[in-house]
Ligand binder design. Sequence first.
Ligand code: COD
Ligand code: ZN
Ligand code: ZN
Length: 375
Amino acid sequence: MSTAGKVIKCKAAVLWEIKKPFSIEEVEVAPPKAYEVRIKMVATGICRSDDHVVNGNLSTPLPGVLGHEGAGIVESIGEGVTAVKPGDNVIPLFTPQCGKCAVCKHPEANNCVKLGLTNPPGTMQDGTTRFTCKGKPIHHFAHTSTFSEYTVVDEISVVKIDAAAPLEKVCLIGCGFSTGYGSAVKVAKVTPGSTCAVFGLGGVGLSVVIGCKAAGAARIIAVDINKDKFAKAKELGATECINPQDFQKPIHEVLKEMTGGGVDFSFEVIGRIDTVMEALSCCHESYGTSVIVGVPPGSQNLSVSPMQLLTGRTWKGAFFGGFKSKDSVPKLVADFMANKFPLNPLITHVLPFEKINEGFDLLRSGKSIRTVLTF
Ligand code: COD
Ligand code: ZN
Ligand code: ZN
């Protein structure tokens, strides 16, 4: 029996308030309105940014359905939708691509004006929500809300991918992989033979390592305070691994000594003010490029001497690896299918969706890279 046009009752992980576990609840998911798409989720990864919402470091209206790294199948579409049809395999896009704004029309930029980063409304584009639980409206998160058996997204926040792609793997292309890989190949534009330093070896940082290797870097120095991450980093292309806690002096000095003056490209993939500064300082003062990938909590600001840049450094940052989401995600899926990069090593755990809190515990304890929840 078709569910199109009807309210669907299903399970979702609702975060009622910060610093509390997710509750698996029965929610009602309204049919998609015009230019909206309802998706049956098949798999979703757990990203640190979801945890930043739980611990209060990233603000979004609650109660809400989090999750932004998913893949699924279109269940039904609203009026006017042309980009996808029921039955299509899709990836929801936390960075939309409206195609009409000045950013979307710019050949390089990807931060579509519809992203609404600074003050996320927690709703669909029309200002209302499609989730209800116990009679209360439940907010959306990051245009995606993948921690639900069904979700509704705006047409600008979803893209069709190869029907043959394994959704329980390519869900990582919805965030962690693309964010890291693109930071290396698209934002920094790592060059063959170069030396790179990657701070933070979570799912995103390891994807930076994959990107540096794909771009032909000769040295990839991986930096993390958890040495258990080093074996995987080496497997994916890191040539050296260092733990800042093993040194008396600041790690940027260590890196400068290791590289005769500084690295060509550095990446901060942790989300801390101190490591953003270390990453900037470790790249060569005359020609180094440092890329900010992580976002430090709340309203923390940096204090930096202009001399750091006047000598010739470049300092950059981007969401979603600088990729225009609708244009790039299907291509990245095709590249994965063509074995141009691996995703399997990033997936350390697979759990049924109901065990979502266990998945977050694995991330918090540093035991997982990516847990994929399956529906
Ligand atoms: N020095 C070195 N390494 C450290 C330090 C430190 N002081 N502190 C932590 N680390 C290591 C941890 O041991 C861990 O291995 C790694 O840093 C972080 O990995 P994860 O698994 O916690 O995180 P990821 O890879 O899932 O995500 C990292 C981000 C930087 C993307 C995330 O934390 C973030 O800042 N998100 C906000 C940016 C954003 O919203 N992006 C868009 C959606 S993700
Ligand atoms: Zn993410
Ligand atoms: Zn746009």
